[in-house]
Design a protein around this ligand. Structure first.
Ligand code: SF4
Ligand code: SF4
Length: 476
């Protein structure tokens, strides 16, 4: 038990005053401290006053039973203000063009604890602008406050050891180790999130939008079986641009982690950040029969007829389908097909296949839930199959039995859409809500954030419509 601002506080498991204060609703400003990184105590902003011992940094102050702490005394405020004056000595006040504006703790603390013009009359030091740390990240050394969070992240979390600080004093610079770049680190973009100021900049998000024009939709990264929880950032409806290209208003502008201790902690990998390259591929929005455009109802009728005629139907179930969709398929069509789960996506060339932090070798989000209903991966498809329902990607039609009719349910404009007997376009994750079950059995929810194109249908709506009377063949 300690006392903070006169209130008795149960410190529980917390070993430092900063942790105990934050956990009990007493905010103490901090730049260099991060709950997942080691303590360095170099920003000196988390100052608090201990009765009888004076002012010290809370991040490295051990909890001692009965201690009395003031987080906002006159002395603390004066010293904190002096620290902010010092940190801002060489920091440019370029919030107007800085991507971090609106999310910058230096900006927030300046207004909360300082709020005055610089006391120094010396010109601010010049340093490197837009230094290329990798093909994904730029560094503005003038904005860097040398908190060393990015350096500690590569040492302690991702383990790439790419970053360090060279030189001393006001010449100090964050730099990659000789001969290396942050491209060596598949988790590099986390340093952009944890940088407390706008020193580390995402090339793909650079000057794309002010963050207050955006909103974040909770979602799940589908790019591997970890199923990291993420936020998909897109423009708020009230800030839609009257642009010629309306897709600019619904595009995913950035992907950031949504902290989840059971799945990914506060981190995601760079593949998760690049979700747009998968989800924003050209869509298939037209139902087809043997490559010719038909209405959705005509495609559904044609599929019902094929199912009704079939006696040896095989379904290749998508491992990108949600829990709700695989259950809807089982209840409507489970008796009409012998079903197997297939991987929709495999590791790509150059991609990190698996590691000990987050990345899993299975590049699909819902294999576990699908396999719980339909068994493991597809064996050789029997040559006498008369109907094959292909749901999702990853199937080479040339390898399917020649005599079988093919119904293809997919979302992207792939060459296969024109080669199926019937093609039905489906909605994607960002157009509907649902859940995935990750490889450890943790269920996470995703929400819609993009409008569903007119010509596509949700799989959950489709399957009951395909359950043609008489289509059931009594298979287990
Ligand atoms: S670049 Fe950002 S995270 Fe890295 S030391 Fe500088 S301020 Fe800290
Ligand atoms: S670890 Fe897997 S689920 Fe997590 S962000 Fe990376 S690809 Fe996505």
């Amino acid at each position: 038990m300690i006392f903070i601002n006169g209130e008795a506080v149960d410190t529980g498991e917390h070993r430092t005053v900063l942790q105990a204060a934050l956990a009990n609703g007493f905010y103490v400003p901090h730049f260099c401290w991060h709950p997942e990184l080691s303590i360095v105590g170099n920003c000196r902003v988390c100052l608090v006053e201990q009765e009888g011992r004076g002012v010290g940094i809370a991040c490295n102050m051990p909890v001692v039973d009965g201690m009395r702490i003031e987080t906002d005394s006159e002395t603390v405020r004066a010293q904190r203000k002096a620290m902010l004056q010092f940190i801002l000595l060489n920091h440019p006040v370029d919030c107007g063009i800085c991507d971090k504006a609106g999310e910058c703790t230096l900006q927030d603390y300046h207004y909360a604890y300082n709020g005055e013009p610089a006391l120094s009359h010396d010109p601010k030091l010049k340093s490197t602008k837009l230094y290329p740390l990798s093909s994904r990240i730029l560094l503005d050394n003038e904005r860097c406050i040398l908190c060393s969070r990015c350096v500690r992240f590569t040492r302690e979390v991702s383990g790439s050891d790419v970053l360090g600080i060279e030189y001393r004093g006001d010449s100090a610079l964050v730099r990659p180790a000789e001969g290396r770049t942050l491209d060596d680190d598949p988790y590099s973009d986390n340093v952009i999130d944890i940088c407390p100021v706008g020193a580390l900049l995402s090339r793909s998000f650079l000057h794309q939008a002010r963050v207050w024009y955006l909103e974040a939709t909770p979602s799940v990264c589908p790019r591997c079986a970890r199923g990291c929880t993420v936020q998909l950032w897109h423009r708020k409806p009230e800030w839609h641009l009257k642009a010629l290209d309306p897709s600019r208003n619904t595009r995913i502008l950035r992907v950031t982690p949504l902290e989840n201790p059971r799945v990914n902690g506060p981190w995601i990998c760079n593949r998760g950040r690049d979700l747009g390259e998968v989800l924003e591929r050209p869509r298939a929005e037209q139902a087809l029969q043997k490559g010719a455009g038909v209405t959705m109802m005509e495609a559904i009728e044609a599929t019902r007829a094929l199912i009704a005629e079939s006696t040896r139907g095989i379904a290749l179930v998508s491992s990108w389908a949600s829990n709700e969709e695989v259950r809807a398929f089982q209840s409507a069509l489970g008796q009409s097909f012998t079903s197997f789960v297939k991987p929709d996506r495999l590791p790509e060339e150059g991609e990190m296949v698996e590691d000990e932090l987050l990345i899993r070798a299975d590049k699909n989000p819902n294999t576990r839930a699908a396999q719980a209903l339909f068994g493991s991966d597809a064996p050789e498809i029997p040559e006498d199959a008369d109907l094959i329902l292909v749901w999702g990607e990853g199937v080479d039609f040339a390898q399917l039995p020649r005599g079988a009719r093919i119904v293809f349910l997919g979302s992207w404009l792939l060459p296969e859409v024109g080669h199926a007997d019937v093609f039905i376009p489906l909605s994607i994750q960002t157009e509907r809500r649902g859940h995935y079950t990750n490889f450890e059995g943790v269920v996470s929810a995703f929400e819609p954030c993009q409008p569903r194109p007119e010509g596509v249908i949700d799989a959950e709506t489709l399957f009951p419509l395909l359950a043609a009377p008489g289509g059931a063949r009594g298979r287990a």
